[in-house]
Design a protein around this ligand. Structure first.
Ligand SMILES: Cc1cc2nc3c(=O)[nH]c(=O)nc-3n(C[C@H](O)[C@H](O)[C@H](O)COP(=O)(O)OP(=O)(O)OC[C@H]3O[C@@H](n4cnc5c(N)ncnc54)[C@H](O)[C@@H]3O)c2cc1C
Length: 388
Protein backbone atom coordinates (compact mmCIF):
# COMPACT_ATOMS: atom_id res chain seq x y z
CA UNK A 1 0.00 0.00 0.00
CA UNK A 2 2.88 2.28 0.86
CA UNK A 3 4.50 1.64 -2.52
CA UNK A 4 1.15 2.16 -4.24
CA UNK A 5 0.79 5.54 -2.54
CA UNK A 6 4.34 6.63 -3.40
CA UNK A 7 4.15 5.56 -7.06
CA UNK A 8 0.70 7.09 -7.62
CA UNK A 9 2.01 10.30 -6.04
CA UNK A 10 4.81 10.25 -8.64
CA UNK A 11 2.30 9.86 -11.47
CA UNK A 12 2.69 6.10 -12.08
CA UNK A 13 -0.49 4.06 -12.72
CA UNK A 14 -0.87 1.58 -9.87
CA UNK A 15 -3.34 -1.18 -9.12
CA UNK A 16 -3.09 -2.72 -5.64
CA UNK A 17 -4.72 -6.12 -5.20
CA UNK A 18 -5.66 -7.18 -1.65
CA UNK A 19 -7.17 -10.58 -1.10
CA UNK A 20 -9.18 -9.68 1.99
CA UNK A 21 -12.32 -7.52 2.09
CA UNK A 22 -10.77 -5.23 4.73
CA UNK A 23 -7.56 -4.78 6.68
CA UNK A 24 -8.99 -6.10 9.92
CA UNK A 25 -6.23 -8.66 10.36
CA UNK A 26 -4.52 -9.29 13.65
CA UNK A 27 -1.43 -11.00 12.43
CA UNK A 28 1.23 -8.40 11.89
CA UNK A 29 1.72 -6.30 14.96
CA UNK A 30 0.67 -2.70 15.34
CA UNK A 31 3.92 -0.80 15.46
CA UNK A 32 4.64 2.36 13.49
CA UNK A 33 8.30 3.10 13.96
CA UNK A 34 10.04 6.48 14.31
CA UNK A 35 11.56 5.97 10.83
CA UNK A 36 8.10 5.34 9.31
CA UNK A 37 6.80 8.43 11.11
CA UNK A 38 9.73 10.31 9.55
CA UNK A 39 8.56 9.10 6.11
CA UNK A 40 5.05 10.32 6.96
CA UNK A 41 6.54 13.72 7.81
CA UNK A 42 8.43 13.80 4.50
CA UNK A 43 5.08 13.14 2.78
CA UNK A 44 3.47 15.97 4.79
CA UNK A 45 0.92 13.67 6.45
CA UNK A 46 2.42 13.03 9.89
CA UNK A 47 0.14 15.33 11.85
CA UNK A 48 -2.96 13.91 10.19
CA UNK A 49 -1.78 10.37 10.97
CA UNK A 50 -1.11 11.20 14.62
CA UNK A 51 -4.65 12.53 14.97
CA UNK A 52 -5.82 8.90 14.72
CA UNK A 53 -6.10 7.06 18.06
CA UNK A 54 -2.73 5.61 19.05
CA UNK A 55 -0.42 5.13 22.01
CA UNK A 56 3.10 6.52 22.11
CA UNK A 57 5.67 4.07 23.43
CA UNK A 58 8.94 5.76 24.47
CA UNK A 59 10.54 2.72 26.07
CA UNK A 60 10.37 -1.06 25.70
CA UNK A 61 10.63 -3.04 28.92
CA UNK A 62 11.55 -6.62 29.64
CA UNK A 63 11.63 -8.95 32.61
CA UNK A 64 14.09 -11.84 32.78
CA UNK A 65 13.06 -14.12 35.61
CA UNK A 66 12.86 -11.66 38.53
CA UNK A 67 15.04 -9.09 36.78
CA UNK A 68 13.09 -6.11 35.28
CA UNK A 69 14.80 -3.67 32.92
CA UNK A 70 14.37 -1.19 30.07
CA UNK A 71 15.56 -2.72 26.80
CA UNK A 72 15.19 0.21 24.43
CA UNK A 73 14.87 3.93 25.15
CA UNK A 74 13.59 5.82 22.10
CA UNK A 75 13.49 9.21 23.79
CA UNK A 76 17.02 10.12 22.59
CA UNK A 77 16.56 9.28 18.90
CA UNK A 78 17.37 12.03 16.44
CA UNK A 79 14.08 11.46 14.60
CA UNK A 80 11.15 13.88 14.77
CA UNK A 81 9.08 11.35 16.75
CA UNK A 82 10.93 9.76 19.64
CA UNK A 83 8.45 6.95 20.16
CA UNK A 84 6.80 3.99 18.48
CA UNK A 85 3.20 4.77 17.64
CA UNK A 86 1.01 1.79 18.49
CA UNK A 87 -1.89 1.95 16.09
CA UNK A 88 -4.04 -0.88 14.71
CA UNK A 89 -2.61 -1.77 11.32
CA UNK A 90 -6.05 -1.52 9.74
CA UNK A 91 -6.26 2.15 10.82
CA UNK A 92 -2.80 2.80 9.36
CA UNK A 93 -3.59 0.98 6.10
CA UNK A 94 -6.99 2.68 5.76
CA UNK A 95 -5.18 5.99 6.25
CA UNK A 96 -2.68 5.16 3.48
CA UNK A 97 -5.56 4.16 1.19
CA UNK A 98 -7.35 7.46 1.83
CA UNK A 99 -4.17 9.38 1.01
CA UNK A 100 -3.42 7.27 -2.08
CA UNK A 101 -6.94 7.71 -3.49
CA UNK A 102 -6.26 11.43 -3.81
CA UNK A 103 -4.06 10.57 -6.80
CA UNK A 104 -5.94 9.76 -10.02
CA UNK A 105 -3.50 7.02 -11.04
CA UNK A 106 -4.19 4.94 -7.91
CA UNK A 107 -6.60 2.02 -7.90
CA UNK A 108 -7.32 -0.54 -5.21
CA UNK A 109 -9.15 -3.82 -5.74
CA UNK A 110 -10.19 -5.49 -2.48
CA UNK A 111 -11.14 -9.19 -2.38
CA UNK A 112 -8.80 -9.79 -5.32
CA UNK A 113 -6.46 -12.70 -4.62
CA UNK A 114 -3.49 -12.99 -6.95
CA UNK A 115 -3.09 -16.66 -7.80
CA UNK A 116 -0.87 -16.93 -10.90
CA UNK A 117 1.73 -14.98 -12.83
CA UNK A 118 1.14 -14.30 -16.49
CA UNK A 119 4.40 -15.08 -18.27
CA UNK A 120 5.69 -14.79 -21.78
CA UNK A 121 9.08 -16.21 -22.73
CA UNK A 122 10.39 -16.00 -19.15
CA UNK A 123 9.12 -12.48 -18.55
CA UNK A 124 6.35 -11.73 -16.06
CA UNK A 125 3.67 -9.76 -17.89
CA UNK A 126 1.01 -9.54 -15.15
CA UNK A 127 -1.08 -11.57 -12.70
CA UNK A 128 -4.26 -13.59 -12.63
CA UNK A 129 -6.49 -12.98 -9.65
CA UNK A 130 -9.70 -14.39 -8.24
CA UNK A 131 -12.42 -11.89 -7.31
CA UNK A 132 -16.11 -12.25 -6.28
CA UNK A 133 -17.00 -10.97 -9.77
CA UNK A 134 -14.95 -13.74 -11.41
CA UNK A 135 -11.39 -14.10 -12.65
CA UNK A 136 -9.34 -10.96 -13.22
CA UNK A 137 -6.34 -10.67 -15.52
CA UNK A 138 -4.02 -7.72 -14.98
CA UNK A 139 -1.21 -6.83 -17.39
CA UNK A 140 1.53 -4.58 -16.04
CA UNK A 141 5.02 -3.29 -16.74
CA UNK A 142 5.98 -4.54 -13.30
CA UNK A 143 4.35 -6.88 -10.78
CA UNK A 144 5.43 -6.20 -7.20
CA UNK A 145 4.89 -9.17 -4.89
CA UNK A 146 4.22 -7.66 -1.46
CA UNK A 147 2.04 -10.56 -0.37
CA UNK A 148 3.74 -11.35 2.90
CA UNK A 149 5.59 -14.25 4.45
CA UNK A 150 3.51 -16.94 2.71
CA UNK A 151 3.86 -15.20 -0.66
CA UNK A 152 2.14 -17.12 -3.45
CA UNK A 153 3.75 -14.97 -6.11
CA UNK A 154 7.32 -15.63 -5.07
CA UNK A 155 6.54 -19.33 -5.05
CA UNK A 156 4.97 -19.15 -8.52
CA UNK A 157 8.05 -17.26 -9.72
CA UNK A 158 10.23 -20.15 -8.56
CA UNK A 159 12.61 -17.84 -6.72
CA UNK A 160 14.96 -19.69 -4.41
CA UNK A 161 14.58 -19.16 -0.66
CA UNK A 162 17.24 -19.25 2.05
CA UNK A 163 15.65 -20.40 5.33
CA UNK A 164 17.31 -19.13 8.52
CA UNK A 165 14.90 -21.00 10.79
CA UNK A 166 12.93 -19.84 13.79
CA UNK A 167 12.69 -21.73 17.08
CA UNK A 168 9.24 -20.46 17.99
CA UNK A 169 5.63 -19.84 17.07
CA UNK A 170 3.29 -17.45 18.82
CA UNK A 171 -0.20 -17.73 20.28
CA UNK A 172 -1.79 -14.32 19.69
CA UNK A 173 -4.80 -13.15 21.72
CA UNK A 174 -6.28 -10.20 23.58
CA UNK A 175 -7.09 -9.38 27.17
CA UNK A 176 -8.94 -6.28 28.26
CA UNK A 177 -6.87 -3.50 29.82
CA UNK A 178 -7.72 -1.55 32.97
CA UNK A 179 -6.52 1.92 33.99
CA UNK A 180 -4.56 0.55 36.97
CA UNK A 181 -2.60 -1.92 34.75
CA UNK A 182 1.05 -1.19 34.00
CA UNK A 183 1.32 1.24 31.08
CA UNK A 184 4.43 -0.14 29.49
CA UNK A 185 4.69 -2.57 26.55
CA UNK A 186 6.78 -5.46 27.81
CA UNK A 187 8.26 -8.89 27.27
CA UNK A 188 8.47 -11.35 30.14
CA UNK A 189 11.11 -14.11 29.89
CA UNK A 190 10.92 -17.01 32.28
CA UNK A 191 12.12 -20.59 32.40
CA UNK A 192 10.25 -22.38 29.59
CA UNK A 193 8.10 -19.37 28.68
CA UNK A 194 8.06 -15.98 26.99
CA UNK A 195 5.08 -13.67 27.20
CA UNK A 196 4.77 -10.35 25.37
CA UNK A 197 2.20 -7.73 26.31
CA UNK A 198 1.57 -4.84 23.96
CA UNK A 199 -0.36 -1.91 25.37
CA UNK A 200 -3.17 -1.24 22.89
CA UNK A 201 -5.10 1.25 25.04
CA UNK A 202 -8.41 -0.55 25.58
CA UNK A 203 -6.80 -3.99 25.47
CA UNK A 204 -3.56 -5.90 25.75
CA UNK A 205 -2.34 -7.64 22.61
CA UNK A 206 -0.70 -10.73 24.05
CA UNK A 207 1.89 -12.99 22.44
CA UNK A 208 2.55 -16.29 24.19
CA UNK A 209 5.69 -17.69 22.61
CA UNK A 210 6.00 -21.47 22.30
CA UNK A 211 8.68 -23.78 20.87
CA UNK A 212 8.11 -24.30 17.14
CA UNK A 213 5.71 -27.13 16.44
CA UNK A 214 4.43 -27.43 20.03
CA UNK A 215 1.03 -25.80 19.49
CA UNK A 216 -0.84 -29.13 19.54
CA UNK A 217 0.81 -30.12 22.79
CA UNK A 218 -0.23 -26.81 24.41
CA UNK A 219 -3.78 -27.26 23.14
CA UNK A 220 -3.85 -30.86 24.42
CA UNK A 221 -3.01 -29.66 27.94
CA UNK A 222 -6.28 -27.76 27.77
CA UNK A 223 -7.58 -24.25 28.00
CA UNK A 224 -7.60 -24.17 31.81
CA UNK A 225 -3.88 -24.92 31.90
CA UNK A 226 -3.32 -22.18 29.28
CA UNK A 227 -5.34 -19.66 31.27
CA UNK A 228 -3.39 -20.59 34.42
CA UNK A 229 -0.12 -19.93 32.54
CA UNK A 230 -1.36 -16.51 31.47
CA UNK A 231 -2.43 -15.71 35.03
CA UNK A 232 1.00 -16.77 36.29
CA UNK A 233 2.85 -14.59 33.77
CA UNK A 234 0.66 -11.51 34.24
CA UNK A 235 -0.65 -11.90 37.80
CA UNK A 236 -2.31 -8.47 37.72
CA UNK A 237 -4.47 -9.70 34.82
CA UNK A 238 -5.24 -13.12 36.36
CA UNK A 239 -8.95 -12.31 36.72
CA UNK A 240 -9.11 -11.67 32.96
CA UNK A 241 -7.69 -15.01 31.83
CA UNK A 242 -11.31 -16.21 31.59
CA UNK A 243 -11.77 -13.78 28.67
CA UNK A 244 -10.06 -16.52 26.61
CA UNK A 245 -13.29 -18.42 26.00
CA UNK A 246 -12.05 -21.06 23.56
CA UNK A 247 -9.13 -21.78 21.23
CA UNK A 248 -10.84 -19.67 18.55
CA UNK A 249 -9.78 -16.64 20.64
CA UNK A 250 -6.14 -17.74 20.46
CA UNK A 251 -4.63 -17.50 16.98
CA UNK A 252 -1.50 -19.44 16.14
CA UNK A 253 1.00 -17.30 14.23
CA UNK A 254 3.81 -19.26 12.65
CA UNK A 255 7.15 -17.50 12.67
CA UNK A 256 9.53 -17.66 9.72
CA UNK A 257 12.88 -16.06 9.01
CA UNK A 258 13.92 -16.43 5.41
CA UNK A 259 15.02 -14.44 2.39
CA UNK A 260 15.17 -14.77 -1.35
CA UNK A 261 18.58 -15.13 -2.94
CA UNK A 262 17.29 -13.00 -5.82
CA UNK A 263 14.35 -10.64 -5.26
CA UNK A 264 13.41 -10.18 -8.92
CA UNK A 265 12.86 -11.68 -12.33
CA UNK A 266 12.12 -9.81 -15.54
CA UNK A 267 8.79 -8.07 -14.86
CA UNK A 268 8.62 -9.06 -11.16
CA UNK A 269 10.00 -7.67 -7.90
CA UNK A 270 9.44 -9.00 -4.37
CA UNK A 271 9.57 -6.67 -1.35
CA UNK A 272 8.70 -6.83 2.35
CA UNK A 273 8.15 -10.25 3.89
CA UNK A 274 7.68 -11.71 0.40
CA UNK A 275 11.40 -11.03 -0.16
CA UNK A 276 12.51 -11.60 3.44
CA UNK A 277 10.15 -12.94 6.11
CA UNK A 278 11.02 -11.28 9.42
CA UNK A 279 10.89 -12.74 12.90
CA UNK A 280 8.75 -10.80 15.40
CA UNK A 281 11.95 -10.24 17.42
CA UNK A 282 12.30 -6.50 17.96
CA UNK A 283 9.03 -5.85 16.10
CA UNK A 284 10.81 -4.48 13.04
CA UNK A 285 9.27 -6.31 10.06
CA UNK A 286 6.74 -3.61 9.24
CA UNK A 287 9.49 -1.01 9.31
CA UNK A 288 11.59 -3.01 6.87
CA UNK A 289 8.63 -3.55 4.54
CA UNK A 290 7.94 0.20 4.50
CA UNK A 291 11.60 1.03 3.94
CA UNK A 292 11.61 -1.41 1.00
CA UNK A 293 8.61 0.44 -0.44
CA UNK A 294 10.31 3.83 -0.09
CA UNK A 295 13.53 2.57 -1.72
CA UNK A 296 11.56 0.90 -4.54
CA UNK A 297 9.65 4.10 -5.29
CA UNK A 298 12.88 6.14 -5.15
CA UNK A 299 14.61 3.85 -7.63
CA UNK A 300 11.76 2.86 -9.92
CA UNK A 301 9.33 5.76 -10.25
CA UNK A 302 11.24 7.14 -13.23
CA UNK A 303 11.77 3.85 -15.11
CA UNK A 304 8.07 3.04 -14.50
CA UNK A 305 6.97 6.38 -15.92
CA UNK A 306 8.99 5.44 -19.03
CA UNK A 307 7.67 1.83 -19.25
CA UNK A 308 9.19 -1.44 -18.13
CA UNK A 309 12.07 -1.33 -15.65
CA UNK A 310 15.12 -3.24 -16.84
CA UNK A 311 16.59 -6.12 -14.91
CA UNK A 312 19.51 -3.86 -13.88
CA UNK A 313 17.02 -1.38 -12.40
CA UNK A 314 15.29 -4.14 -10.43
CA UNK A 315 18.67 -5.41 -9.25
CA UNK A 316 19.36 -1.96 -7.78
CA UNK A 317 16.41 -2.33 -5.40
CA UNK A 318 17.81 -5.58 -4.02
CA UNK A 319 21.30 -4.08 -3.86
CA UNK A 320 19.95 -1.17 -1.81
CA UNK A 321 17.83 -3.21 0.61
CA UNK A 322 19.72 -6.49 0.91
CA UNK A 323 22.27 -5.27 3.42
CA UNK A 324 19.77 -3.79 5.94
CA UNK A 325 17.77 -7.02 5.64
CA UNK A 326 20.79 -9.26 6.27
CA UNK A 327 22.00 -7.25 9.25
CA UNK A 328 18.54 -7.14 10.83
CA UNK A 329 17.88 -10.84 10.27
CA UNK A 330 21.32 -11.73 11.65
CA UNK A 331 20.50 -9.83 14.85
CA UNK A 332 17.07 -11.45 15.04
CA UNK A 333 18.56 -14.93 14.64
CA UNK A 334 21.16 -14.10 17.32
CA UNK A 335 18.42 -13.08 19.76
CA UNK A 336 16.42 -16.19 18.80
CA UNK A 337 19.43 -18.41 19.62
CA UNK A 338 20.83 -16.65 22.68
CA UNK A 339 17.65 -15.50 24.39
CA UNK A 340 14.54 -17.16 23.01
CA UNK A 341 15.78 -20.72 22.56
CA UNK A 342 17.44 -20.64 26.00
CA UNK A 343 14.30 -19.37 27.69
CA UNK A 344 12.05 -21.84 25.87
CA UNK A 345 14.30 -24.83 26.58
CA UNK A 346 13.15 -24.68 30.18
CA UNK A 347 15.01 -26.64 32.85
CA UNK A 348 15.41 -26.13 36.58
CA UNK A 349 16.15 -23.03 38.58
CA UNK A 350 15.87 -19.36 37.64
CA UNK A 351 16.37 -17.74 34.29
CA UNK A 352 19.67 -15.85 34.25
CA UNK A 353 19.65 -12.87 31.87
CA UNK A 354 22.34 -12.98 29.16
CA UNK A 355 25.37 -10.68 29.64
CA UNK A 356 24.20 -8.20 27.00
CA UNK A 357 20.93 -7.76 28.87
CA UNK A 358 22.74 -7.22 32.19
CA UNK A 359 24.89 -4.56 30.52
CA UNK A 360 21.77 -2.74 29.29
CA UNK A 361 20.52 -2.58 32.87
CA UNK A 362 23.88 -1.42 34.26
CA UNK A 363 24.59 1.24 31.62
CA UNK A 364 21.28 2.89 30.55
CA UNK A 365 23.15 4.77 27.80
CA UNK A 366 23.42 1.42 25.99
CA UNK A 367 19.61 1.27 25.74
CA UNK A 368 19.96 3.80 22.91
CA UNK A 369 21.51 1.13 20.67
CA UNK A 370 18.51 -1.27 20.59
CA UNK A 371 16.33 1.86 20.32
CA UNK A 372 18.19 2.88 17.17
CA UNK A 373 18.04 -0.65 15.70
CA UNK A 374 14.33 -1.09 16.44
CA UNK A 375 13.15 2.48 15.95
CA UNK A 376 15.12 3.52 12.90
CA UNK A 377 16.85 0.41 11.62
CA UNK A 378 19.86 0.01 9.41
CA UNK A 379 20.17 2.38 6.43
CA UNK A 380 16.93 4.35 6.85
CA UNK A 381 15.28 5.47 3.62
CA UNK A 382 14.00 8.94 2.80
CA UNK A 383 11.38 9.85 0.24
CA UNK A 384 13.10 10.97 -2.99
CA UNK A 385 10.26 10.16 -5.37
CA UNK A 386 8.42 13.32 -6.38
CA UNK A 387 4.81 14.45 -6.00
CA UNK A 388 3.54 15.20 -9.50
C1 LIG B 1 3.68 -13.07 15.66
C2 LIG B 1 4.26 -11.94 14.86
C3 LIG B 1 4.25 -10.67 15.42
C4 LIG B 1 4.84 -9.62 14.74
N1 LIG B 1 4.85 -8.41 15.33
C5 LIG B 1 5.43 -7.36 14.69
C6 LIG B 1 5.45 -6.06 15.27
O1 LIG B 1 4.94 -5.84 16.37
N2 LIG B 1 6.05 -5.08 14.57
C7 LIG B 1 6.62 -5.27 13.35
O2 LIG B 1 7.17 -4.31 12.76
N3 LIG B 1 6.59 -6.48 12.77
C8 LIG B 1 6.01 -7.53 13.41
N4 LIG B 1 6.00 -8.75 12.80
C9 LIG B 1 6.54 -8.90 11.43
C10 LIG B 1 5.56 -8.23 10.47
O3 LIG B 1 4.26 -8.75 10.67
C11 LIG B 1 5.95 -8.41 8.99
O4 LIG B 1 7.36 -8.30 8.83
C12 LIG B 1 5.23 -7.35 8.12
O5 LIG B 1 3.83 -7.45 8.29
C13 LIG B 1 5.59 -7.50 6.64
O6 LIG B 1 4.81 -6.61 5.88
P1 LIG B 1 4.38 -6.96 4.39
O7 LIG B 1 3.60 -5.79 3.89
O8 LIG B 1 5.57 -7.41 3.62
O9 LIG B 1 3.45 -8.23 4.49
P2 LIG B 1 2.02 -8.40 5.25
O10 LIG B 1 1.89 -7.43 6.38
O11 LIG B 1 1.93 -9.85 5.53
O12 LIG B 1 1.00 -7.97 4.12
C14 LIG B 1 0.73 -8.77 3.00
C15 LIG B 1 -0.61 -8.36 2.45
O13 LIG B 1 -0.86 -9.05 1.23
C16 LIG B 1 -2.16 -9.64 1.26
N5 LIG B 1 -2.07 -10.86 0.44
C17 LIG B 1 -1.45 -12.01 0.74
N6 LIG B 1 -1.53 -12.87 -0.30
C18 LIG B 1 -2.21 -12.23 -1.27
C19 LIG B 1 -2.60 -12.59 -2.60
N7 LIG B 1 -2.31 -13.78 -3.11
N8 LIG B 1 -3.30 -11.69 -3.33
C20 LIG B 1 -3.62 -10.45 -2.83
N9 LIG B 1 -3.26 -10.08 -1.58
C21 LIG B 1 -2.56 -10.94 -0.82
C22 LIG B 1 -2.42 -9.92 2.74
O14 LIG B 1 -3.81 -10.01 3.00
C23 LIG B 1 -1.77 -8.71 3.39
O15 LIG B 1 -2.65 -7.60 3.47
C24 LIG B 1 5.41 -9.83 13.46
C25 LIG B 1 5.39 -11.10 12.87
C26 LIG B 1 4.83 -12.16 13.58
C27 LIG B 1 4.84 -13.53 12.97
Amino acid sequence: MMLGLLLARAGVSVLVLEKHADFLRDFRGDTIHPSTLEVMHELGILEELLRLPHQQVGRLAGQFGDFPLTIADFTHLSTRCKFIAMMPQWDFLDFLVRRAKIFPTFQLEMRAEATELIEDEGRVMGVRAVTPAGPLEVRADLVVAADGRSSVLRERAGLSVEDMGAPMDVFWFRLSRRPQDPAVTMGRFDIGRIFVLINRGEHWQCGYVIPKGSAEEVRRRGLDAFRAEVAHLAPWAADRASEIRDWEDVKLLTVKVDRLRQWYRPGLLCIGDAAHAMSPVGGVGINLAIQDAVATANLLWEPLRAGRPTIAELRRVQARRQWPTRVTQRLQVLVQRRVITRALQGGQGRLVPPCAIKLLARYPLLQRLPARLVGVGVRPEHVRSPAI
